[in-house]
Every structure is written in structure tokens, then in C-alpha cells.
Design a protein around this ligand. Structure first.
Ligand code: GDD
Ligand code: MG
Length: 371
């Protein structure tokens, strides 16, 4: 069975984390997001995966190659320009000759793909769409269904007045290849705004697959952080297997040097080669990427740090995201929902928050920034 993963979006809402990294490759618990998706597909017996992409394709190809290290067969369908979700699938059409899965490249979920495919085979619609309940449907695609789970209406990013249900498109489809004839070649189009409404108009059956499995779209910094907190604290425990059974305690990679006076309260994931100096505090849910250095008396709480981050003496990082190679000066504070891109240098005695976003390579001199 084949799957197409849509990884061509620029990840604008996740900036500055996606200035140098595609959304599909941002680390989740120190593993590229796409690697989780491939493990998830493999778990359901889907090993033939086409990555539909346009933005920064080389980064993904260099890292994942033909997929053999992960036990899957990866191929790439690269668009010359972003073709939209529909155009991206159309671009892979020649490789698709039986019902196939399509996954948005930013959904973290345990939706049962095997059961979804059984249902699809039994009911025989042209498309199946997985649904999940959410609090705010307006930022997703809302899907109205009838009593037998057939889709009646699909409205992408509806206004509040158009919201009739909290069940939304979970970004996972099974598509019959014959449907691809409805997608125009060579021009950008979206399955959500064009293909699905068109199929409904033509009376082509679309089946929904409602699920109450854990589900989140990691496409904004708030959701990215929440996904970490959920995985670490056990809210999404069904997904722990994809991270080698992370167990909500303190998990540490090799070659770490942790001073015995440091205080570590799980759930905390510490990447390989990290150092944590005396009197430092790590308070879960938190993640240190590989080779992070936490200096004397510094505190990291509820935060996600990518690789090679240096945290100065008595600095405080709380509920924030700090990308690769950043340096946080002595006594500085980076607080709630603050996001630092790669290579940001924060001098001593700064206070950053809430929700401040700092673009890669910026230098903030000592004591200049506060709120
Ligand atoms: N190859 C390719 N080319 N991929 C694309 C393109 C493109 O031009 N545009 C977007 N994608 C990929 C993105 O990388 C992402 O993985 C996926 O398509 C969905 O795009 P988003 O930009 O993340 O859409 P969204 O989150 O606003 O809405 C979508 O997902 C929701 C669930 O998270 C829609 O499918 C909604 O209906 C859905 O509810
Ligand atoms: Mg999304």
C-alpha cells in the first residue's frame, strides 16, 4: 500500500522555527517530525511512501535518502512551484494505481489507519477522510456528515457562522486513483477547497472516519510546544512507541555530564552529549536537544531546546522554544511562548516574553530587551 505525505508547505505559521528547516523536519522529542510519520505508516504496514514537496526538498532528501534506514521505500515528487495539496497529489499520479493514503505532513496522531482502510474497502467510497473533534473548527476544514458517516459538506476555514460541527478534517485521506481525473494538471489546486467540494457536487461518495485518537496539527509554535507537553506528560501516551517508549521519567542520551547537585524533575528528555552544571534545575515537561549546555544555577522549565543551545548562569527558560545553536546570556529570561530561531544570541540580563519571536542569527545585546 502506498502513501503520499504532503510536505510542501513553507510552514509560515511556525516561523522562526521553519526559517532554515522545513515544517516536516522540525524535531519532536529530538526526532524529525517526518521520521515519526514514517514510523506511524510503517506500523500500519505502509512502506511505500511518496513525499510530495516543493520547499527546501534537498534538506529532506539528504537526511532520509531512500528511506531504507527506517525500513521504508521513499520516493520524491518535487513540484517546480507549490501546487497546493491537490496539485501535489496530481504530481504523483503516475505512481498511484490503487487506493492510497494521503497525510498532511504536520499531523501528530494515532488514528488507526488499518481500521480506516478496512472501512474504506467495505463501504467503497471514492474518498475517505479521517475526522477529529477540536475546540476551534474555524482554523481547519469543517466536515458535515450524515447518520451513516457519509460527507455532506466540506468547508475549509469556515467563518464562525458557518460552523455546524466540531468535527474537522484530520488531514488523513484514502483516495481512489480514478478521482485524480478531477484534479486539473499544471495549475495549483487544493483538495480542501476544490476537489472535495467538486466530488460532493458530482454526487461522488465521500466517507468520513471519525476518530477520538490523540490528534494535533503541530503547525504553530503554541501547538508545537503543546505536542511536546502532551507527549512528555502522557496525554499522548499511545504515541510513545514511536519514540522508543518514552516513559515520562528522565531519559538521557549517551555521554551526558550531569552535576549531582542539579535538580531534575521529569518528564524530561535529555539528548546525547549534554552538560548540566551544578545547581541547575530541569523541570518537566522539557526537552534538551543534543549537546546543550546548561550552566550553573540556570533553570529550564516546560521548554523545548534544539541542539547545541548554551544557557548561561542563572538564566531562566520557561515554556519557550529555542532553536539550534542559540546562546542565552547570564541571568536572562526567555519566557512563555517565546520562540527563538537558530543561532540567536541573547546577551546578559534580558527578559524576553510573552510570545516574542526572534528571527535566526539576531543578537540581542546585554540588558536591552525586557517587557
Ligand atoms: N507538496 C505540497 N505542495 N504540500 C503542500 C502544499 C503544496 O503546495 N501546500 C501545503 N502543503 C502541505 C503542508 O506542508 C502541510 O503538510 C499540508 O499540506 C497541509 O497544509 P497546511 O498549510 O498545514 O494546512 P492547514 O493546517 O491550514 O489545513 C489543513 O490541515 C487541517 C488539519 O491540520 C487542511 O487540510 C484542513 O482541512 C485540515 O483541517
Ligand atoms: Mg497544518
Amino acid at each position: 500500500m502506498k502513501a503520499v505525505i504532503l510536505v510542501g508547505g513553507e510552514g509560515i505559521r511556525l516561523r522562526p522555527l521553519t526559517c532554515n528547516t522545513t515544517k516536516a523536519m522540525v524535531p519532536i522529542l529530538n526526532m524529525p517530525f517526518l521520521e515519526y510519520l514514517l514510523r506511524y505508516l510503517k506500523e500500519h504496514g505502509i512502506k511505500d511512501v511518496i513525499l510530495a514537496m516543493s520547499y527546501l526538498p534537498d534538506r529532506i532528501q539528504e537526511r532520509l535518502g531512500d528511506g531504507s534506514e527506517l525500513g521504508v521505500h521513499l520516493s520524491y515528487a518535487v513540484e517546480k512551484q507549490p501546487m497546493g495539496t491537490g496539485g501535489a497529489i496530481k504530481n504523483a499520479e503516475v505512481r498511484l494505481n490503487e487506493p492510497f493514503f494521503v497525510l498532511n505532513g504536520d499531523v501528530l496522531t494515532g488514528i488507526d489507519l488499518t481500521a480506516m482502510m478496512s472501512r474504506h474497502r467495505k463501504v467503497k467510497p471514492r474518498v475517505s477522510i479521517a475526522l477529529t473533534p477540536v475546540d476551534n473548527p474555524t482554523i481547519y476544514g469543517v466536515v458535515e456528515t450524515d447518520a451513516s458517516d457519509m460527507v455532506k459538506r466540506f468547508v475549509e476555514k469556515p467563518g464562525l457562522e458557518e460552523v455546524t460541527t466540531n468535527m474537522i478534517n484530520a488531514g488523513i485521506y484514502i483516495i481512489e486513483p480514478s478521482v485524480l481525473g478531477y484534479i486539473p494538471p499544471s495549475i495549483p489546486s487544493m483538495v480542501e477547497r476544490h476537489l472535495f467540494p467538486l466530488l460532493l457536487e458530482k454526487g461522488e461518495p465521500i466517507l468520513s472516519y471519525p476518530s477520538d485518537s490523540y490528534w494535533i496539527d503541530i503547525g504553530t509554535p503554541e501547538k508545537y510546544l503543546k505536542a511536546h507537553h502532551d507527549l512528555l506528560s502522557g496525554e499522548a501516551s499511545a504515541l510513545a512507541a514511536y519514540w522508543n517508549n518514552f516513559d515520562q521519567g528522565v531519559q538521557m542520551g549517551g555521554s551526558c555530564a550531569i552535576d549531582p547537585s542539579a535538580e531534575i524533575e521529569g518528564p524530561v528528555l535529555i539528548g546525547e552529549g549534554c552538560t548540566v552544571a551544578r545547581w541547575a534545575v530541569l523541570k518537566g515537561p522539557a526537552v534538551l536537544g543534543p549537546r546543550c549546555e546548561i550552566d550553573e544555577g540556570a533553570c529550564v522549565e516546560g521548554a523545548v531546546l534544539w541542539q547545541d543551545v548554551k544557557v548561561g548562569k542563572r538564566a531562566l527558560l520557561r515554556n519557550c522554544i529555542v532553536a539550534a545553536n542559540c546562546q542565552i546570556g547570564e541571568e536572562s529570561q526567555v519566557l512563555d511562548n517565546c520562540v527563538l530561531g537558530d543561532n540567536v544570541v541573547v546577551g546578559k540580563n534580558n527578559k524576553l516574553a510573552p510570545e516574542i519571536k526572534i528571527w535566526p542569527d539576531k543578537r540581542i545585546t546585554s540588558g536591552t530587551m525586557s517587557y
